[in-house]
Design a protein around this ligand. Structure first.
Ligand code: 6GU
Length: 227
């Protein structure tokens, strides 16, 4: 999969994909993340990319021309399955959406800043809008990093048995069970005995029960299967 990200603060996206599972996904050739500076595409002087909003009001708006040129330039080289705009007024991101996008070939992500982007870009180029939750970030970059990470780890072949996504929270609409490692007794705090009994059936049953209990207590909304 290839993911192109358009940003006015491309440096914000240097580190998030340079470590751990995202690094390995790229080293394996399963994921390619390319970050573009929107200012490289503007036809305006002084690398201008934003301007005052028509109708008045505080806050700048990202101009349509630099974004249209950037999007069209990238689209000349390959077809994109989705052109995604990161915005707090989009539908909220979740695991199901991550699963769906992990099977695509090429994604483009536009990061918003200031008051947002000119609505005409949203009307004519954007195929999908995404928010990562009900709070406001200074720009779309951190949200884009969340998106790429959650998608990238699901690309077939990225995770191995040890890091398998199958037991992740949300993957089956349940939160994860508690986990423990050595020592079995830490400052008098014992690991649950069932985990030491050596019977995989008993362990699995305990884990399921714990996952269900956690979900009932913390996220009962996940147990309402309406789809
Ligand atoms: Cl995608 N962008 C911004 N700026 N703030 C957010 C967001 C996105 N998702 C939640 N808050």
């Amino acid at each position: 999969m290839r993911i192109d990200i358009i940003s006015v603060v491309p440096d914000l996206l240097n580190s998030p994909f340079a470590h751990s599972i995202m690094k390995r996904a790229q080293a394996k050739g399963l994921l390619e993340v390319v970050v573009h500076n929107l200012r490289d595409y503007t036809p305006y002087k002084h690398a201008q990319v934003d301007d005052y909003q028509f109708g008045g009001g505080a806050g700048m708006v990202m101009m349509p021309e630099p974004l249209a040129i950037a999007i069209e330039t990238l689209q000349k080289d390959r077809p994109y399955d989705e052109v995604i705009f990161m915005t707090p007024d989009g539908p909220t991101w979740n695991q199901k959406a991550a699963n769906t996008l992990s099977l695509k070939q090429n994604l483009m992500i536009i990061c918003g800043h200031y008051k947002g982007i000119d609505q005409r870009i949203r009307d004519h180029y954007i195929t999908m809008e995404v928010s990562i939750g009900d709070y406001v970030l200074s720009g779309g970059e951190l949200a884009a990093a969340v998106l790429v990470d959650s998608i990238g780890r699901l690309i077939p072949g990225v995770l191995n048995d040890e890091t398998s996504a199958l037991s992740d929270s949300f993957q089956d609409d349940l939160l994860s069970h508690p986990v423990y490692t050595r020592p079995a007794n830490f400052r008098g705090w014992e690991v649950p005995e069932v985990l030491m009994c050596g019977d995989p059936k008993k362990v699995e049953a305990w884990r399921y029960e714990q996952a269900l209990k956690r979900t009932e207590e913390r996220r009962p909304d996940l147990l309402q299967h309406e789809e």
